[in-house]
Ligand binder design. Structure first.
Ligand code: CJB
Length: 798
């Protein structure tokens, strides 16, 4: 925990502005002030970063490396101040100097190095691991352009480049002295070296320099500062070689842009290069670091764990094999035993179309030595398993088949641990998506339900709730998230519930203010239910189901009924630029919003807000103000979900299908404190003769709702409305929207009824908050550390 008085801070801050910009604070702008603050904070934790590294090295602490092609760190100013214990000192100091703290916070770019839940989870884990003194390092790609900035033009999503590095990144340190060379393409053949050892010989390869940029991840009020390393691709610096402009562009392109698509495999060579670039640089640097203190790599698993987060970094397996065999001269068997002990893998999806595969030709040409090793992994796997499990099963789950490399199977075979991210998800992996490999390696499979960091989602995003918990809850909920259970004892205390209601009202008012300022739409925070669905736009997540209900409400109003409680429906969602249908849904919701928000018949009863450019910063504004959390994916499709956890922790009531982690939330809070609807995963799987047309034909009310997509109720959606209508009827409604509609509408009606009794409503909210502690990523990451990586959690103090 840093020691700094307000006066010292002010002095240091003024000096920093002077040194950086040769200006007085009064002449500086918010961006300069942010930069000065970030650098000042970096200086504060630099000694701890150094000491943490030395402690890991000198005391031979086991370190885990979390490899991921996506991270979503969110803005780091507030988390860093919080974790250093400097929030009060610095905000007081800034205010003393007459500066606008909010403006400074907003001046920080929000790095979009990920698409959604997957990337955010990685960043939550880094924060939690540092808080628990666990040696967990992040390893990712420093994309020059992050996920596109979303704007709406005439209701259509427009993608703008996210030039987040334009003003530099004050948190990172470039470490060119730790760069590695990554080899692509060319030819490779095995031949004896001068000692008669069989080694690979390469010709015509393209070498790329991987330069690391390190950012400190500060532990919450402790001494630990871990390393988050992002790699950037550059031309090698070898003075004997010259490169032309095209070669420079080809190299820089590797880390230029994040693939804006987490729903379907992007069948692009560049993505394959990104994946190998990340794993090769990461694994090489780990080996090099280990080698500093060890004569050989024989016992590397004692102090190194490598985690493959989703399949994108699965080539870490053949890459480590390559290094162990080609550079360390281990036998295959020894290298394989070591590799499987070092590697572990998390699967994040049940969507079959998202299970990554690569054409073998592409792999063979792009990373020829890696392809040879994958072939050998495949050959040995078949040789070992066919006699036991038969050719048919083994063919189905071998790393190579149908002309492609199957990355998920490679990841399972080369790891000692395979986990899903919620109980149902892990069960479904075992029984369907990975069932053949589960049969062969049941001991590898385990569940690690996702979690979220309460530091960002309560302490930073929701100061009024933080204050309430601080004054009312016994125990140290900030260090021991399960202590939030203390709220349960107040769940029937009207005074407490009133305070909780005031907290929510305050947050709703500040969101309403922002909506007015940014979108010029007025919403009524004092009477309306804030009904929130924030996540990537995907058909399986069923934003469409939510939109149909809004149409339903609108039709009720137009028919002269009054809604019992006004509603504000809030969406935040980006669609992958190539995901045509998802973009049509966005256009439709935007047009629906326009009609409803401007119809005088509606008055204050109904609003639809589509918050543009939904990301971590937007989530921080929306989540504390939510009354209802929409988690309405088709059961069996959402691996876990994490916005469900963030929203419950902020006292929103979950409206959900029995999918992903919703099931565990329901178990935690009990059926009285959640609103569940729709088919279960088992029912969906058993529903073989689904006819959306039959459901439509048999339900007059539903017909009217669905027809609104094509009958002109919503203007300007001729094409989109027709396509969506056809997806529901002509193409038999792949995600069972119509099948679940009636049950969803009833669940929504139940929400309305419950909301009218504030005492009952806030009692539910209180129980949700009380039970949210078990979904803290601190607990999740401790389980990864204990069960998978075998890390220590010792506080080190100098
Ligand atoms: N997920 O965000 C992504 N991108 C993918 O490519 C695959 C999965 C999400 O990961 C989250 C973290 O595990 C899950 O909560 C979520 O259900 C899943 O869709």
């Amino acid at each position: 925990m840093a020691q700094l008085t307000v006066n010292e801070f002010k002095e240091q801050f003024k000096n920093m502005i002077l040194r950086l910009y040769a200006e007085d604070v009064t002449d500086s702008d918010a961006h300069q002030q942010f930069t000065a603050l970030a650098i000042l904070l970096r200086e504060q934790y630099a000694p701890n970063l150094k000491e943490t590294r030395q402690h890991y090295e000198n005391d031979r602490v086991k370190e885990a490396y979390y490899f991921a092609i996506e991270f979503l760190p969110g803005r780091m100013l507030q988390t860093t101040m919080l974790n250093l214990g400097l929030t009060d000192t610095i905000t007081t100091g800034l205010m003393d100097m007459g500066l606008d703290v909010e403006k400074i916070i907003d001046a920080e770019p929000d790095p979009g190095l990920g698409n959604g839940g997957l990337g955010r989870l990685g960043s939550e884990f880094l924060d939690s691991a540092a808080a628990l003194h666990m040696a967990l390092n992040g390893n990712g790609i420093r994309y020059q352009y992050g996920l596109f900035r979303q704007m709406f033009d005439n209701g259509f999503q427009v993608e703008m480049p996210d030039d987040w590095l334009r003003n530099g990144n004050s948190w990172e340190v470039r470490r060119e002295n730790r760069a590695c060379l990554v080899r692509f393409g060319g030819n490779v053949w095995m031949a004896p070296d001068a000692f008669g050892r069989l080694v690979p010989h390469y010709e015509n390869t393209t070498d790329v320099l991987a330069v690391p940029y390190d950012t400190g991840i500060v532990g919450y009020l402790n001494h630990t500062v871990n390393t988050f390393r992002l790699w950037s691709a550059e031309l090698p610096t070898d003075p004997s070689k010259t490169y032309n402009l095209q070669q420079k562009e080809d190299v820089n392109e590797i880390t230029e842009i994040l693939y804006p698509d987490d729903s379907n495999y992007a069948g692009r060579l560049l993505r394959l290069k990104q994946e190998y670039f990340l794993v090769s640089a990461g694994v090489q640097s780990i080996v090099r670091h280990y080698r500093k203190h060890h004569r050989n790599l024989n016992h590397m698993d004692a102090t190194v764990a490598i985690h493959i987060n989703d399949t994108h970094p699965a080539m870490a397996i053949p890459e480590l094999m390559r290094i162990l065999m080609d550079e360390e001269f281990m036998s295959w068997d020894q290298a394989w035993a070591l590799t499987t002990k070092v590697m572990s893998y998390t699967n994040h999806t049940l969507l079959v179309e998202s299970l990554e595969t690569w054409p073998v030709d592409m792999v063979a040409q792009t990373v020829p030595r890696i392809y040879q090793i994958i072939q050998e992994i495949d050959r040995r796997f078949r040789g070992l398993q066919i006699p036991v499990y038969g050719e048919e099963r083994v063919n189905r789950c071998a790393p190579l088949g149908d002309g492609v490399v199957r990355m998920a199977y490679l990841a399972v075979i080369g790891s000692h641990s395979v986990n899903g991210v919620a109980k149902l998800h892990t069960e479904l992996l075992e029984s369907s998506v990975l069932k053949d490999l589960y049969r062969i390696f049941p001991e590898k499979f385990n569940n690690k339900t996702n979690g979220v960091t309460m530091r960002r989602w309560i302490q930073i995003a929701n100061p009024p709730l933080t204050k309430l918990l601080d004054t009312e809850v016994n125990g140290d909920w900030k260090h021991r998230p399960l202590d939030i259970i203390g709220v349960q004892s107040f769940a029937k205390d009207p005074t407490f519930l009133k305070k909780l209601q005031e907290v929510k009202a305050k947050n709703k008012r500040s969101l309403a203010k922002k909506i007015r300022e940014k979108l010029d739409i007025s919403v009524d925070p004092d009477h309306a239910i804030f009904d929130v669905q924030i996540k990537r736009l995907h058909a399986y997540k069923r934003q469409l189901l939510h939109a149909l209900y809004i149409i339903d409400e609108y039709q009720q109003i137009k028919a002269g009924q009054k809604l019992a409680v006004p509603r504000v429906h809030i969406f935040g969602a980006k669609a992958a630029p190539s995901y045509y249908y998802a973009k049509e849904i966005i256009k439709m919701i935007n047009e629906l919003a326009k009609v409803i928000n401007h119809d005088p018949d509606v008055g204050d009863q109904l609003r639809v807000i589509f918050v543009p450019n939904y990301g971590v910063s937007e989530a921080e504004e929306i989540i504390p103000a939510a009354d209802v959390s929409e988690q309405i994916s088709l059961a069996g499709k959402e691996a876990s979900g994490t916005s469900n956890m963030k929203l419950m922790a902020n006292g929103a009531i979950t409206l959900a299908t029995m999918d992903g982690a919703n099931i565990e939330i329901a178990d935690a809070v009990g059926q009285d404190n959640i609103v569940i609807f729709g088919m279960t995963a088992t029912e969906v799987a058993a529903y073989t003769n689904y006819s959306s047309q039959a459901i439509y034909d048999g339900d007059k009310h539903l017909q009217k709702v669905v027809n609104a997509l094509v009958d002109g109720t919503i203007p300007n959606i001729d094409r989109e409305g027709r396509d969506i209508y056809n997806s529901l009827l002509q193409y038999n409604d792949e995600y069972y929207v119509l099948a679940d509609y009636e049950s969803y509408a009833k669940a929504q009606d139940k929400i309305t009824a419950l909301y009218q009794d504030p005492q009952a409503w806030y009692q539910m909210a209180a129980i949700n908050i009380a039970k949210s502690g078990q979904f803290s990523s601190d607990l999740t990451i401790a389980r990864y550390g204990d069960d998978i990586w075998h890390l220590t959690r010792d506080q080190f103090v100098n």
